[in-house]
Design a protein around this ligand. Structure first.
Ligand SMILES: [Fe+2]
Length: 265
């Protein structure tokens, strides 16, 4: 399996604390059956001001550490890039880091509590620039939990979605669990990844969530989310998205219907 979203580089974000924990996280990944970890440190000006060069150096350090310890795990470079007003400019200037540094896919983190007005425009402009945004854990974002159709529109604009394994196990609450199932069944999320931050309560584990996904959308489709799709993303190949249509909006009940009923009486 390929784990497309992880934080295994020590000391550059809120991921692993030190080299020992990085090694422990990587050993867990190997035991889980993961062959490639995509290291996606946060890239966010106010909290984690990482740049492309710094992350690439971190990936090299981690690879050297794994060689020294004879841990058979591939590390691909990436970043979890926070949506900021100058994102497109920074990307054009080469400061951001795309997945596998391939220029085709960018793991995009949206604010958790509000959706900026310009988000559609950013997705559109990224696509124009030949970059497909992969939205990190949409099921954990409050505005998309409250309005799941809003996420469907982002996917219609050309974004992909990455579901976090723990969300399917209820680790981020019952709402994230319900929205995870909805997004999976609608085909709005195409990648399952761990978003591992440490070796304890947020480790690189996929199997249990994968079994849940298989029960929901079938074995073949679920397996694609940890094999074919992330592999295609790292190779910069195109991915076809098969969205299921949403349900008709529920008929409004309540006092208005009651009133209309009375009028007919
Ligand atoms: Fe993350």
């Amino acid at each position: 399996m390929i784990d497309l979203h992880t934080h295994p580089i020590p000391g550059i974000d809120d991921g692993v604390r030190d080299e020992d924990e990085a090694l422990e996280l990587c050993r867990i990944a190997v035991r889980e059956g993961i062959t490639t970890l995509v290291a996606t440190p946060h890239m966010r000006t106010d909290l984690f001001p990482n740049d492309r060069d710094g992350i690439l150096k971190g990936v090299e350090r981690l690879r050297a550490l794994l060689r020294r310890e004879e841990i058979d795990l591939q590390i691909a470079p990436g970043a979890e890039v926070y949506l900021e007003p100058d994102l497109i400019d920074r990307m054009r200037a080469g400061h951001t880091l795309t997945l596998n540094d391939g220029g085709a896919y960018l793991l995009l983190e949206l604010p958790a509590r509000h959706l900026p007005a310009g988000v559609d425009d950013v997705i559109y402009r990224l696509r124009l620039a030949g970059v497909t945004p992969v939205i990190a854990h949409p099921e954990r974002l409050l505005p998309l939990q409250e309005d799941p159709e809003r996420f469907a529109r982002l996917v219609e604009l050309g974004a992909l979605g990455q579901l976090t394994a723990g969300s399917l196990l209820g680790q981020f609450g019952s709402t994230a669990l319900r929205i995870s199932r909805l997004f999976l069944e609608r085909g709005l999320v195409q990648v399952l990844a761990s978003d591992a931050h440490n070796s304890a309560n947020r480790a690189p584990l996929l199997r249990e969530a994968l079994a849940q996904a298989e029960a929901l959308i079938g074995k073949e489709a679920a397996q694609r989310s940890v094999h074919d799709v992330p592999r295609a993303i790292l190779a910069g190949e195109e991915i076809e998205v098969a969205m299921e249509p949403g349900e008709e909006p529920a008929r409004r009940g309540g006092w208005l219907d009651w009133l209309r009923g009375r009028e007919r009486e």
